[in-house]
Design a protein around this ligand. Structure first.
Ligand SMILES: Cc1ncc(COP(=O)(O)O)c(C=O)c1O
Length: 337
């Protein structure tokens, strides 16, 4: 536990993650992109279940669920949701049940995250005509039904984008601060994929408390930068209101771009595929086709265009998602014309 700062200890937390996640340079990719200092924070290694950003959030969410004596986690996501897969794994580890509401048709073959959901024993319900954020509205009915069956459900909205879930990423900034001091690194840019906004909201709030003065740029993978900024803004405001002793009152500067959303949520394009291939071939690091592939595409484009200056130390925050690669094997192996 040596490198884990003792902060946020007043909040109930169920330990799941392998922390601190590594922080290391990407020298080959940095050289290729013309960046003097390019580093990566490996939240694809939070574990359990192939890691990803939701493990940190679930530590706080399950802590809260246990405080309320709940025995079943209910959440929503896309069919290939990383959040749902990590919730199912975390529930299994914590001795709880999981119920997943999945937006999309049930496929004939279970692969990637969906296969893992099944292995973790999650109960799955498919909603072919919904998108994953709108499934939040169904949580109330499912919770009531489970209560009638004598269970004690705990509802987790899409991406665990709640003040308590986001707090996990404020705590992650304290972890990063210790690592930056050791590495004698002062990143000017931190690049991270964003959709429901909880990760970015936590990072922005945590940077403020930890005194990390970097430009934190969210690469939106879901809809528009405008909606993404509004989601993050609301989460930061709620964190300040609900956890005044942990999150200082401040006016956040929220920087999000939707220039790399490409064909849209879950739709991989040429830039995403190129990013996946560059990280894999130059660093032996896997990105995912839905989130970090787009964030990687953003990093590559901004570095090659000079938008990120060669001498600006840059940190890419990997948020996981790699099991989804297996659901995109056709697109990832097809010859590009
Ligand atoms: C791999 C990955 N990266 C990034 C994100 C975005 O995180 P957030 O929902 O906190 O914005 C997600 C969300 O599901 C994800 O699975």
């Amino acid at each position: 536990m040596g490198d884990i700062p003792v902060v946020f200890e007043t909040v109930p937390r169920y330990r799941l993650a392998f922390l601190p996640t590594p922080l290391h340079p990407m020298r080959n990719l940095g050289r290729t992109l013309g960046l003097d200092e390019l580093w990566i924070k490996r939240d694809d290694m939070t574990g359990p279940s192939f890691g990803g950003n939701k493990t940190r959030k679930l530590e706080f969410v399950i802590g809260d669920a246990r405080e309320h004596d709940c025995d079943t986690l209910v959440t929503v996501g896309a069919v290939q949701s990383n959040h749902c897969r990590q919730t199912a794994a975390a529930a299994a580890a914590a001795g709880m049940r999981s119920v997943l509401l999945l937006a999309g048709k049930e496929p004939e073959d279970y692969t990637g995250n969906l296969l893992l959901d099944k292995l973790y024993g999650a109960e799955l319900k498919f909603f072919p005509d919904e998108n994953f954020m709108s499934l939040n509205e169904k949580l109330g009915v499912v919770v009531s039904t489970l209560e009638e069956l004598g269970l004690k459900p705990y509802a987790i909205p899409a991406g665990a984008a709640t003040p308590i879930g986001s707090l996990a990423y404020a705590a992650a900034m304290e972890e990063l601060k210790v690592q930056l001091e050791k590495a004698d690194l002062t990143p000017q840019h931190i690049i991270v994929a964003t959709s429901t906004g909880g990760t970015l909201a936590g990072l922005i709030a945590g940077a403020r408390s930890a005194g990390i003065d970097a430009n934190i740029l969210g690469i939106d993978v879901y809809d528009s930068a405008e909606s993404a900024v509004s989601r993050v803004q609301q989460l930061v405001e709620r964190m300040i209101r609900e956890f005044p002793s942990l999150v200082p009152r401040f006016t956040p500067e929220i920087s999000i771009t939707d220039r790399f959303t490409g064909n849209g949520y879950g739709l991989m394009d040429g830039a995403d595929r190129k990013a996946i291939e560059m990280f894999a071939k130059l660093e032996g690091i896997l990105l995912d086709p839905v989130y970090t592939g787009k964030a990687g595409a953003g990093l590559i484009e901004m570095a090659l265009s000079g938008e990120i200056a060669a001498d600006s130390p840059t940190l890419f925050w990997h948020t996981g998602g790699t099991p989804a690669l297996f659901a995109y094997s056709g697109e990832l192996t097809r010859d590009v014309q």
